[in-house]
Design a protein around this ligand. Structure first.
Ligand code: GDL
Length: 466
């Protein structure tokens, strides 16, 4: 299917995560996927591109501009809408005309290379203004609306058909309830922001497991326009140990009628986004019935082609089991969930009560640990690099559990020890130690964790190196 920039519904991808931005070649590969799958919009907003936020006042060098021009041309050639975003909110002075000049100069540079669509982002910034700004505008929302409206007018004079988007400081339900940005922020945006400007919204949470049409209707009523969903379901920049290759899910098809677009801000590691984006495209095009798991299995079948390895070929069955271990933020896929439940029974019950679980676990865990090892032979080295650390860690844990199960089978009372998992080296380090100090309960509250008594349990002081 051909992507159509003319379609007003924004369907596609935001490069809007923290961490290393995607490479030019990865962006071109993304555009190929998008054009093939019928996604129409790419938003350029890499948080850690210095000139996107920290150095937003500086102009691009000729080299940087040429590189961006190539990216833009690659999107245009495939019929995609390229939206350029800038995030000046870290230190902008809303009443300083020179700061508007900086924004105009940057937009002008982008227009020179053919860019026609723009966005101003005010997410993840200090929730306060300078005294002069506060005096002049009265509220954060009023100050931002003034600035964004001015930039919108200036842009539309030059590009009459420009699409223009705004990301508010409170951009999800929880932030709105906490009154981030001040009381009445969203209502002010609804009233003061030009009606042609689209507004981003991530759902009830920053990472929303579910987005219900009713929730979005309430937001739309306040904003006086249908929001564009900035979807962080597959974003993994907040957790270096995980990635998400589960299906686009937790959003009913009716949601599509309540929003002006859905853009996914996915995994930082580009090669891990095949299934997330493939299933987003399927969701956006499915008539009304939609089964996330079916879409996942079909996308996994396609992704399998990227798993050419040296030696025995990877099977779909193994890839699905592995993918289920890195499914979605709210939980594992069914096969990984079953493996975890089985492992839990084995460590809590005596071996005589294991029944079939003992054998099934050993078979499945061995298959999975072998698959993790097998990934070292991936011919697609970028995919290998993206997966390596996580697959290594998973294999390590499976090896430990497998030896534990074997040891208990042999002698349930014998103390278990592993020569490959040494204290301090295995699961060691400052972050692991800090993580053990507080345990989060399912209701979100934190309580002192196992690490608080670790010092006594370890029978000695915490080591301090000179
Ligand atoms: C956010 C950031 C986004 C980040 C994501 C996940 C928005 C609007 N902003 O809050 O850049 O990738 O969380 O960590 O979502």
């Amino acid at each position: 299917m051909m992507a159509r920039e003319a379609d007003p519904f924004l369907a596609g991808v935001i490069e809007g995560f923290y961490g290393p931005p995607w490479s030019p070649a990865e962006r071109v590969e993304l555009f190929d996927w998008m054009a093939k799958w019928g996604l129409n919009t790419y938003l350029y907003a890499p948080k850690d591109d210095l000139k996107h936020r920290t150095l937003w006042r500086e102009l691009y060098s000729p080299e940087e501009l040429t590189a961006l021009g190539r990216c833009l041309a690659a999107a245009n050639q495939r019929g995609l809408r390229f939206i350029y975003a800038i995030g000046p909110g870290l230190d902008i002075r809303y009443s300083r005309e020179t700061d508007l000049d900086h924004l105009r100069a940057r937009f002008e540079q982008m227009m020179q290379i053919g860019c026609r669509h723009f966005a101003l982002l005010f997410d993840d910034i200090p929730d306060r203004m300078e005294t002069a700004d506060a005096k002049r505008w009265g509220s954060f929302a009023a100050a931002q609306c003034h600035l964004v409206n001015a930039m919108w007018r200036w842009t539309r004079e030059r590009v009459p058909k420009a699409r223009f988007l705004f990301c508010p400081t409170p951009y999800c339900g929880r932030m709105a309830v906490r009154q981030l940005g001040g009381a009445g922020y969203l209502a002010t945006v609804g009233k003061e922001l030009e009606p042609d400007i689209d507004v981003f919204w991530t759902g009830p949470e920053i990472i929303s497991n579910e987005i219900e049409p009713g929730h979005v209707r309430e937001v739309a009523a306040i904003l006086r326009r249908k929001p564009v969903i900035w979807d962080n379901l597959h974003a993994n920049d907040y957790d270096g140990r995980r990635f998400y290759c589960g299906p686009y899910s937790g959003r009913p098809p009716e949601l599509r009628h309540e929003v002006a677009g859905i853009l996914s801000n996915p995994n930082t590691e580009f090669p891990l986004n095949y299934v997330p984006l493939r299933t987003l495209a399927t969701f956006l095009q499915s008539p009304s019935a939609w089964t996330a798991r079916e879409a996942y299995l079909s996308a996994m079948q396609e992704w399998l082609a990227h798993f050419a390895v040296v030696g025995q070929p990877v099977t779909l069955e193994d890839l699905v089991l592995f993918g289920d271990c890195y499914y979605l933020p709210c939980g594992e896929g069914p096969e990984a969930a079953a493996l975890c439940a089985r492992a839990q029974r084995l460590v809590t019950l005596p071996p005589q009560q294991w029944g079939e679980d003992g054998r099934t676990f050993q078979q499945q865990a061995t298959r999975l640990r072998d698959f993790c090892g097998h990934l070292a032979g991936l011919r697609d080295r970028a995919l290998f690099q993206a997966l390596h650390r996580r697959a290594w860690e998973l294999r390590e844990e499976l090896d430990l559990l497998l030896s534990y199960v074997r040891s208990r089978q042999a002698d349930p009372r014998a103390p278990f020890c592993s020569d490959f998992h040494l204290p301090g080296t295995y699961r060691g380090g400052m972050v692991a130690r800090l993580q053990r100090l507080l345990t989060q309960r399912p209701d979100g509250t934190f309580v002192p964790g196992t690490g608080t008594s670790e010092r006594q349990a370890a029978g000695g002081p915490i080591t301090t190196l000179p």
